[in-house]
Write a protein that binds this ligand. Structure first.
Ligand code: BJW
Length: 240
């Protein structure tokens, strides 16, 4: 007798996937985990650097207290990221752009791997590690080689959103609009602990979307989702 493995993808999700036009995808650090990028939380651990929990070093207060230490932390991470390639999850999500008439990809990740996989118009809620920004005039620079602003001469800092800082102008509004209009919402590889990003799937569901979580671990959103696909994004997404 031929053995059959049951698909983890429900018939309901298949039906919705085949008929949806407006889709929201929210990703977090877990989507890059299989590329070798460390997550912040998960597996019972929290990222620590030189004895400092990441929410201390990645905070607005730290930029004021010790900008060189912040640069050191981001230089270290950029070095790690240089050799990193998108994985099956990034590639699958990039393919969905051609699959749905209206797909909005919102990421909390700062690594640029979605774009490397071919996704465009990505809403980066927490900025991008490859850019720098002036602490005074906010002029951005695509280069991290210089630490002084070419506009006003003041210090540059990583162009990322740290704890206690506001998200880039317009980014959350665009993401929220997509959430309110979505028929289908995927929440992939995020612990759903950081706001306002974690609010987006809640808004989407309240506005009528079918919400699907992809994560090897339970999150505060799991019970709220219509469907939870337990596993690694790189294994699960290609099956959908
Ligand atoms: C896999 C996998 C695999 C593993 N496949 N999955 C409302 C209530 C309470 C607090 C607040 C609130 N609103 C705002 C706040 C304050 C704060 C906040 O949310 N605090 C909470 C933590 C309590 N938010 C802010 O400060 C935000 N700003 C803001 O709201 O401004 C207005 C304001 C100003 C002042 C005061 C109050 C309000 C800004 C948040 C910025 C977050 N920045 C960081 C650092 C970026 C720079 C850097 O990289 O260093 O962004 S923090 C960090 O967490 C990073 C991430 O983008 C973010 C989210 O993490 P994510 O992506 O979910 O990753 P993990 O590691 O947490 O989870 C990984 C998941 O993957 C796990 O679930 C694994 O199981 C899973 N996984 N392998 C699929 N193979």
């Amino acid at each position: 007798m031929e053995s059959q493995t049951a698909s983890p993808i429900s018939a309901e999700l298949r039906r919705r996937f085949n008929s949806a036009a407006r889709v929201l995808v929210l990703t977090g650090a877990g989507v890059s985990a299989e590329s070798g990028v460390p997550t912040f939380r998960g597996g019972g651990n929290t990222a620590v650097w030189k004895g400092m929990p990441f929410d201390v070093i990645s905070s607005a207060g730290m930029v004021e207290r010790d900008l060189p230490a912040v640069w050191e932390w981001f230089d270290y991470r950029r070095d790690l990221l240089k050799a990193v390639k998108p994985n099956a999850a990034h590639v699958t999500i990039a393919g969905w752009q051609h699959r749905f008439p209206d797909l909005t990809l919102v990421t909390q990740n700062i690594d640029g791997l979605h774009q490397k996989a071919g996704s465009h118009d990505v809403i980066e809620l927490h900025g991008n590690i490859w850019r720098a920004r002036c602490v005074t005039c906010s002029m951005t620079s695509e280069s991290n080689e210089h630490r002084a602003c070419v506009g006003c001469g003041d210090h540059l800092r990583p162009d990322v959103v740290l704890f206690g800082e506001l998200l880039p102008t317009g980014a959350y509004d665009r993401a929220a609009d997509a959430a309110l209009g979505a028929e289908l919402c995927f929440v992939i590889g995020t612990s759903a602990l950081v706001y306002p990003a974690a609010n987006l799937p809640v808004m989407a569901k309240r506005a009528g979307a079918y919400v699907v979580e992809v994560n090897p671990e339970e999150t505060p959103l799991s019970d709220f989702c219509d469907e939870v696909l337990t596993g690694k994004a790189g294994d699960i997404l290609p099956l959908i």
